[in-house]
Design a protein around this ligand. Structure first.
Ligand code: XMP
Length: 522
């Protein structure tokens, strides 16, 4: 089976390269630079990823490219481009021409990589170092206003390099450039599709699990839901799902989601544990301390519930491919920005074996599998929601009062997004159309700030909280851009929140991209 190998130098967005190639129906594997398999006869090309490191650094991640460069099609991205320059006769320096965010790429001359790409298009940059001299035998194929050597080709070799990130959604023609690389440079047929995924994994799960009992933690999110339905198809009533109400969920979320699970024929135990989580959060203001408190309480609650299921041998998890890749740390100092706890620590404590039916899939592939399994759009199209829930959208200490303020404001925002009709690209599944704002947005929510400000309502002075609204488009949460919501929409939501939610007299809209901001405020 033809494949492309991606060498991971530890960039936050390496897995997007893989996701993009899968979108092009090309099978690919991501491997850390220090455990890289030698390309075999099926390897049609190699991609070098970006990295948080500098190629000039003492501990810069490195790889021996003998046997690859000049022999197989090779594409260097960001750090990968600098790596090829630095090690093959060029020069990389920390210069003034670093760029973060949007830049306009001008195509120079003719190359296979940029065939059919418009003369000028937006690309996404994120680099401190700059290539000041091209490697031996290279010619410039693209420049930006600040960076002359933004893309190059090594003459006589199928070796290409780009300083920007074509894998990132905000590089307008990035997917076309990657298609050019895999089709025109590597000669891929692009015939890998996940169609048979359900059939083969149901058979594999039956063979692996036999008559064993399996426990699965449902969260209301797409991954755990699809994993549950797939397992249910494979082993039926031997699967028991546990859905924990951590008291930090959105308005009516627990009841609504539980009802849809039950309608799908899943065997689900719903556990109300809000008070336990709230008392664990008492007095805690630091985001990481809050995450840890929520994570630990979740494990305790889940464990106690799971103990009641006699004879369980397996714990199923909705782990997807990005989690698998993320978990292999390629570079010691590669920045851990926030600890995403999910169910870490559970299996050890419970002495269960792990089964992860979605381990090889990217998020949009999970959605496609979910649809094929007959899961309703409301569940498939739900925005991602963090495990610590509203606990990290109330900045500072979490209290019952603040939770009810935030729940109301958030419900107004989310319901208004669903009600606003439009025709835009769907945010979660390439190629689909969104008919309301909610589906055109990757993730949205309200945040309660620990800031009170003065206002006036009627004849009275008020001194109340501020709510921030956040709406972003993204592909896998690793980079994101704020959504240009219509002004009339923002005006109505702001009005509604201030008029209907007691305790709020001011609404702001967050216009920061990631990086440098993150999606969640904590
Ligand atoms: P950030 O804030 O890091 O978020 O830009 C990226 C994506 O991850 C989600 N997120 C979390 N998910 N546990 C989770 O399960 C967490 O602690 C957590 N923190 C952030 C966030 O909602 C976004 O989708």
């Amino acid at each position: 089976m033809e494949k492309i190998l991606i060498i991971d130098f530890g960039s936050q967005v390496t897995q997007l390269i893989g996701r993009r190639l899968r979108e092009l129906n090309v099978y690919c594997e991501i491997h850390p630079f220090n455990h890289f398999p030698m390309p075999d006869a099926d390897t049609l090309g190699v991609i070098l990823s970006g990295s948080p490191a500098s190629v000039r650094g003492e501990h810069a991640p490195a790889i021996d490219l003998t046997g690859i460069k000049g022999k197989l099609p090779l594409l260097g991205i960001c750090y990968g481009a600098q790596y090829l320059a630095y090690h093959f006769g060029g020069m990389v320096e920390n210069s003034d021409s670093r760029e973060y965010g949007r830049a306009m790429l001008n195509v120079v001359g003719e190359s296979l990589l940029f065939e059919g790409i418009p003369q000028t298009s937006q690309v996404w940059m994120s680099h401190g170092d700059t290539i000041t001299k091209l490697p031996e035998g290279a010619e410039i194929i693209g420049s930006t206003a600040d960076v002359e050597n933004a893309a190059y080709h090594i003459k006589g070799e199928p070796t290409y390099a780009v300083q920007f990130h074509p894998e990132v959604f905000h590089s307008e023609k990035g997917l076309d450039m990657l298609r050019n690389f895999v089709v025109k440079v590597c000669g891929c047929k692009c015939d890998w599709t996940p169609d048979s995924f359900i059939e083969t994994s149901v058979a594999d799960l039956r063979a692996k699990l036999g008559d064993d009992k399996v426990i699965l933690g449902l969260s209301g999110g797409v991954d755990s839901t699809v994993a549950a339905v797939l397992l249910n198809k494979a082993i039926g009533s031997n699967l028991t799902c546990i859905f924990v109400d951590n008291g930090l969920l959105r308005k009516n979320e627990f009841e609504d989601v539980l009802a849809s699970y039950q309608n799908m024929g899943l065997n689900v135990i719903g556990v109300h544990s809000g008070p336990l989580f709230l008392s664990a959060l008492e007095g805690k203001t630091d985001p990481e301390a809050k995450r840890k408190a929520i994570g630990k309480t979740f494990i305790d609650v889940f464990d106690a519930e799971a103990m009641k299921i006699t004879g369980a041998r397996w714990l199923a998890q909705g782990t997807i491919y990005p989690d698998v890749i993320e978990s292999c740390s390629v570079y010691g100092q590669s920045s851990k920005i926030k600890s995403h706890h999910n169910v870490g620590g559970l299996p050890e404590k419970m002495n269960l074996k792990i089964v992860e039916p979605l381990r090889s899939l990217f998020k949009d592939e999970v959605r496609r599998v979910g649809r094929a399994l007959g899961i309703k759009d409301e569940l498939i199209g739900r925005h991602p929601f963090p495990g610590p829930s509203l606990g990290i959208r109330i900045l500072g200490e979490v209290t019952e009062d603040k939770l009810s303020i935030l729940r109301e404001a958030d419900a107004i925002f989310i319901n208004s997004l669903r009600a606003y009709k439009c025709e835009l690209p769907c945010a979660s599944e390439p190629g689909r159309t969104a008919y309301n704002l909610y589906d055109s947005i990757w993730q949205a929510g309200a945040i309660l700030l620990p800031v009170k400000s003065v206002g006036v309502m009627g004849d009275e002075r008020t001194y109340e909280y501020t709510v921030a609204l956040r709406a972003v488009i993204s592909t896998d949460g690793m980079t994101a851009d704020w959504v240009h919501l219509p002004y009339d929409f923002l005006a109505n939501v702001s009005n509604d929140i201030i008029n209907k939610v007691r305790g709020v007299n001011r609404v702001c809209y967050d216009i920061s991209s990631k990086p440098p901001a993150t999606i969640e405020w904590e």
